[in-house]
Each structure stands twice: as structure tokens, then as C-alpha cells.
Design a protein around this ligand. Structure first.
Ligand code: BGC
Length: 387
């Protein structure tokens, strides 16, 4: 077990600690590569501890980097149709970027992904007041959610699947939420170019919980323009409409004959600025789709395709919903990796989740975790190419 220590696990052979793949070069043949999980310094958190960056590499040369601050996924480097690798996540080169204010790049958001109306909910007859950090509402866990905390880390290897287990404990009353909550997030880079994210949690008092991953994808490569030419499919015939503060009204609306119908692959830009009240509320897509499930467990939720690079991303999840956020609030004020300016819609999020504001909607699937129960959720981001 490794906790915050510099460490190196070499799988199926020797791998150098702290190494990463050469930038922008076609991958060597798979046979020349070894899966590895390595660690290296990532700098000091301002007024906080020194941070480690964990680099997971599989035998195909796919590379995922992650830091224990916010359990943030810093980068994901995957090949395009010609074998050229690019980083497809928005983010920063250094810790100061992540430590400054930013819209949750790469982070795990918790205790509650997305909004809770008026930063308040009632559970078992008791009203709880949360930290309001988004107008009157609470967003992504409050002022200091898990995206701004340092998690404990442990590297592992399982037969060529390499990963990191992050754990954290949140005290009773943290950001207004009840119960001492223990949470765990496991990232695994598999031999077949999937990044799996497994969430677990337990509590000693009933509390809402809704963990999700807030990576911003641009499959052309971060810093390469907007995502409007990406084609998206979402396996959902309904979504949950919102009010002007992006709180669900509680209704389920059919996507049919609306700009929200992504049941067939559709360019994101095709209808994003349509004259539609729901799109006006979000400044574009920023909504929760209700996945069409014919069974429990892991089901396909969405596919993202970028036509120029040929890169594809398939998202599967055990969750009932997915928030497709088109990066509408990015406004060019953030300078990210290599000084790239992140303009409006230069990245998009596909956040698998229970529905926003569920603690205030009895008609939504419950997000309440009780003592003795185990919270479990799994999402798979599978990267590929179409030629
Ligand atoms: C929300 C957006 C928000 C963004 C960044 C998304 O999950 O739906 O409304 O702006 O996160 O905070």
C-alpha cells in the first residue's frame, strides 16, 4: 500500500518512475509497451501538502494522470485514427491552476453532484441548510466540496489493469450535510482503453449522496476549438426540464421533436442555439437525461464522436441519469494547459449521476444513503476510434 509516498509499480516488466509518453508521437507497437503505474511530484498545494501525480499507462500507450487533490483526472492521452496521441481533457499543467477557482476540471464532485434547490432539504423530518455557492442553490457539494480536498491514494495493478484507489472521510456537518461519510473512488485504466470509475460510500447518519466525475472532454484534443462538431448519442427518451436557476421542475419531458433528442448521433452544434426555453435556461445544453434502462446494472449511456480525429468515447453507467453540460459557462477567462484559452463550449461534461435536486423530489430515484448501507456506483469511459 502506498499513501502519498512516491511509488512505482511496474507491470509485466520494468517501467521508469515518473515517466510519461512522448508528446504527440505515434505510439510504438503495443508489444514494445508495458502497463505501468508510476508517481512523481506535482508541486505543493498553496498552504497545503506536497502533491503527487499518478500516471497510469496501459500496454497500448494510453495514459491517464490523476492527483489526490479533488481526485482530479489531470489528463487522458488517447490515439486518433492515425495513432497520434493527444490529451482530450481540459485542465492545467500545474497545481496552482487546480488550486485556483475553476469549474471542476477533472474533479470528483461530492457529496452531491449538481444542484440542490435553495441549498436546503428535509430528511426524516429534519431540515438541513447547506452551503449555497450557486446563487440561492448548492452546487457540487458546496463551497468546499470533495473537489477541493486532498484524498488518500493507493496505487494498484490487477493483471495489466492499473489504477488508483482514492479514499476520503467527510465529517458530520461538512458543508451542512449530515453524517460522517466515508467515500472511495477507484480509477482503473484497463487493457482495452477504458477508464473505469467506481464509487463507494458509507455513513453513520442518513444523508444524500451523488458522486460524479466532472471531466471536460474535447476529443479533438484540449485547446483545439469548440466541441460543436462532436456528434453525441444519448440513450434516453426523456430528460428532466429545469427552471431558470437550473433546478429540475420535477417533471419528466419527452425528448421527441425537441433539440434534446440525441437518440441518433447528432452534432452538438446543430440545435444548441435553437429557440427553446430550456436551452435558454442553460445557455445551451446543461440538463439531466433519464437513461432508457431495460435492466439494473451497467448500461450504455452515451457515445461521443469527433469526426476529424476519429476519436470516440462510449460511456456506460449504473446510474439512472447523465448530465450533458456543453461548457456553456466557459468564457475564455481561464488559461489552461500550454496557455490554451478555454473559450465557450471548448469542452463538454458527461456526468453520470442521480438526478439533480433529488432530495427535494419524491418522484425522482432516491439519493439517500442510510447507516448500514453501502453506496456503489460505476461508470466506464471507453475510448476508441472510428476509421
Ligand atoms: C453544471 C453546470 C455548471 C458546471 C460547472 C455542471 O455540472 O450542470 O451548470 O456550470 O457543472 O460548475
Amino acid at each position: 500500500m502506498v499513501r502519498y509516498a512516491l511509488a512505482c509499480i511496474a507491470l509485466a516488466g520494468a517501467a521508469a518512475c515518473g515517466g510519461s509518453n512522448a508528446a504527440d508521437k505515434p505510439a510504438p507497437p503495443p508489444s514494445a509497451k508495458k502497463a505501468s503505474a508510476t508517481s512523481a511530484p506535482f508541486g505543493d498545494l498553496p498552504n497545503g501538502p506536497a502533491l503527487t501525480v499518478y500516471t497510469l499507462t496501459n500496454a497500448n500507450g494510453v495514459e491517464v494522470r490523476t492527483i489526490p487533490y479533488g481526485a482530479i483526472v489531470v489528463s487522458v492521452r488517447v490515439p486518433d485514427k492515425n495513432g497520434k496521441f493527444d490529451d482530450v481533457l481540459l485542465g492545467f499543467d500545474r497545481i496552482d491552476g487546480y488550486a485556483a477557482s475553476h469549474p471542476y476540471f477533472g474533479a470528483v464532485v461530492c457529496r452531491y453532484g449538481n444542484r440542490i434547490a435553495k441549498a436546503s432539504f428535509t430528511l426524516d423530518g429534519q431540515q438541513y441548510a447547506l452551503a449555497a455557492n450557486n446563487g440561492p442553490n448548492s452546487l457540487h457539494g458546496g463551497v468546499k466540496g470533495f473537489d477541493k480536498k486532498v484524498w488518500e491514494a493507493e496505487l494498484f495493478d490487477r493483471d495489466g489493469n492499473v489504477g488508483v484507489i482514492y479514499t476520503i472521510t467527510s465529517p458530520d456537518g461538512d458543508e451542512g450535510y449530515p453524517g460522517n461519510l466515508k467515500a472511495q473512488v477507484t480509477y482503473t485504466l484497463t487493457t482495452s482503453n477504458e477508464l473505469t470509475v467506481e464509487y463507494e460510500g458509507s455513513t453513520d447518519k442518513a444523508t444524500p449522496i451523488n458522486l460524479t466525475q466532472h471531466s471536460y472532454f474535447n476529443l479533438a484534443g484540449e485547446g483545439r476549438g469548440d466541441v460543436l462538431n462532436h456528434r453525441l448519442t444519448i440513450d434516453a427518451s426523456r430528460y428532466t426540464p429545469v427552471d431558470a436557476t437550473l433546478i429540475p421542475t420535477g417533471d419528466y419531458a419527452a425528448v421527441e421533436n425537441t433539440p434534446f433528442d440525441f437518440r441518433r448521433p447528432m452534432a452538438i452544434g446543430a440545435r444548441i442555439d435553437a429557440d427553446d426555453e430550456q436551452l435558454r435556461h442553460g445557455g445551451g445544453y446543461d440538463h439531466n437525461w433519464v437513461l432508457d434502462r431495460d435492466r439494473d446494472g451497467l448500461v450504455h449511456a452515451a457515445r461521443l464522436e469527433e469526426p476529424t480525429s476519429g476519436r470516440m468515447l462510449d460511456v456506460s453507467t449504473t446510474e439512472p441519469g447523465i448530465q450533458f453540460y456543453a461548457g456553456n459557462f466557459l468564457d475564455g477567462t481561464i488559461k489552461g494547459k500550454s496557455g490554451h484559452v478555454y473559450a465557450r463550449r471548448s469542452g463538454l461534461c458527461l456526468e453520470t449521476q442521480h438526478f439533480p435536486d433529488s432530495p427535494n423530489h419524491s418522484g425522482f430515484p432516491s439519493t439517500i444513503l442510510r447507516p448500514g448501507e453501502q453506496y456503489r456506483s460505476k461508470t466506464v469511459f471507453a475510448f476508441g476510434v472510428s476509421k
